[in-house]
Design a protein around this ligand. Structure first.
Ligand code: PLA
Length: 469
């Protein structure tokens, strides 16, 4: 094995040295020194382009024999967003994408809300600029989002006990809060429901926050395992964080009743736990912004300190604008100011400051009484369409399935998803045989379903449920 060692002053001479060595088929390993950087290339078959930059700012493109990323393994497709990729690749005309929770019209087209278009026109007319936002985001948005969540006249707002920081939608807000927990509560763990939205585990794993699960879903009743949930929350070490879905639990579509929320709050208070609400569907579950925030407001009214991550992906259809917020309700304005300063400190090196477009849309819609009431009607309409599709699917399943199976659990679920109870093999059959794309935990997004496709979907579910184990 030949080995070449050289040091050079310019990128040009280095490139040509490698090219020459490669041409001659002699280069197996080369050690070189440019300013303070040492690179070692090993192995044969020089065929990959490698870009190196020295501290003096010289950029070189050199051929190396093997990728430096040999040790990087292929990541599996995302269990939710990967479904959309597979859907796109399917050419069957009957295909249905019920994977990701994204609202579609009855014609199965993406929907941009009228109020969003109006708010965007306003922004164009005003000629709003593209200056950086402050680290904590747009002030008008932060005010509007806290008011929407807690109610405009909530005393905690007047008392300045809410630390609100604009986030990169629900996910980014959860991630920022997780980074805060990791930094300030390094010994605490987060309790998450079993099951939960798949990305919750990734978020806490990446933030290095330990988590464990509390019982939530009971497959026997296709309902809430309330006793299991309460006893797991009781059994957790005092001062744990308890992640709760504010409304429209994902993936099960099963929410606690208001009496159950009271008991959950009792136990969390007894244990000195810190509630952490994920509110990704405010207004989308019931059609009412206030009703869907009632769980959060109950905890706030008890004087508890808590975290809330919010998202405008679904209720305003701003999926790609990445607009949401993290709110920390504190017991004093002083604590809120300190918490906010630390959230900003965490955000600055992560993404510096958030994007402005979605924040302006939300602020304009919520801040204008006419647009606000129009938004509420559009949200009711979207929530209503999902409810009507849910009902039609139930009717089709009940009529077509002659086995006597009770499908009424579908009607009891709330929000954009239905947890069908189909297992992985049955879900695979839905996709492979029927071209119905869904997550492998048996979840289907009813927001991606039209009334006219319900019958086809019912056939697919009945076949998968009865003919696949
Ligand atoms: N929290 C929950 C419970 C969610 O279901 C989702 C989105 C989010 C947070 C984050 O959404 P955002 O970052 O867009 O604000 N869940 C979707 C999409 C709709 C996804 O997986 O990203 C879902 O299909 O489950």
């Amino acid at each position: 094995m030949a080995s070449a060692m050289f040091s050079m002053a310019s990128a040009k001479s280095f490139t040509s040295s490698v090219a020459r060595a490669n041409y001659q088929g002699k280069l197996c390993s080369a050690n070189f020194d440019v300013s303070s950087i040492n690179h070692t290339f090993k192995k044969k078959n020089v065929n990959t382009l490698y870009r190196a930059q020295n501290s003096g700012g010289v950029t070189m493109t050199v051929a190396v024999n093997v990728s430096r990323f040999e040790g990087v393994t292929m990541a599996p497709p995302d269990p939710i967003l990967g479904v959309s990729e597979a859907f796109k690749a399917d050419t069957n005309s009957m295909k249905l994408n019920l994977g990701v929770g994204a609202y579609r019209t009855e014609e199965l087209q993406p929907y941009v809300l009228n109020v969003v278009k109006k708010a965007e026109n306003l922004m164009l007319e005003r000629g709003d600029n593209k200056e950086y936002l402050p680290i904590e985001g747009l002030a008008a948005f932060n005010r509007a989002t806290a008011e929407l969540l807690l109610g405009a006249d909530n005393p905690v707002i007047k008392q300045e006990r809410v630390a609100t920081v604009q986030g990169l939608s629900g996910t980014g807000s959860l991630r920022l809060a997780a980074a805060f927990i990791q930094r300030y509560f390094p010994d605490a763990k987060v309790l998450i429901s079993s099951p939960t939205w798949g990305n919750h585990k990734n978020i806490f794993n990446d933030a290095r926050v330990p988590w464990s699960e509390y019982r939530y879903y009971d497959p026997k009743t296709v309902g809430l395992d309330f006793d299991g949930m309460i006893s797991d929350i009781k059994a957790a070490p005092n001062g744990s964080f308890v992640l709760l879905h504010g409304c429209a639990h994902n993936p099960t579509g099963i929410d606690p009743t208001s009496e159950q929320w009271e008991i959950i709050a009792d136990v969390i208070q007894e244990k000195n736990h810190i509630p952490f609400f994920d509110v990704a569907y405010q207004g989308f579950a019931s059609g009412s912004l206030d009703e869907d925030a009632s769980s959060v407001r109950l905890f706030v009214s008890r004087g508890m300190e808590l975290f809330v991550a919010q998202s405008y992906s679904k209720n305003l259809g701003l999926y790609a604008e990445r607009i949401g917020a993290v709110n920390v309700i504190c017991s004093s304005s002083d604590a809120a100011a300190r918490v906010k300063s630390q959230l900003k400190r965490l955000a600055r090196p992560m993404y510096s400051n958030p994007p402005v477009h979605g924040a302006r849309i939300v602020a304009n819609v919520v801040g204008d009484p006419a647009l606000f009431s129009e938004w509420k009607s559009e949200m009711e309409f979207m929530a209503g369409r999902i409810k009507s599709v849910r009902k039609r699917l139930f009717e089709n399943l009940s009529q077509k399935d002659k086995s006597g199976k009770d499908w009424s659990f579908i009607l009891k679920q709330i929000g954009m998803f239905s947890f069908t109870g189909l297992n992985k093999a049955q879900s695979d059959n839905m996709t492979n045989k029927w071209h119905v794309y869904m997550t492998k935990d048996g979840r289907i997004s009813l927001a991606g379903l039209s009334l006219s496709k319900c019958e086809y979907l019912a056939d697919a579910i009945i076949d998968s449920y009865h003919n696949v184990n």
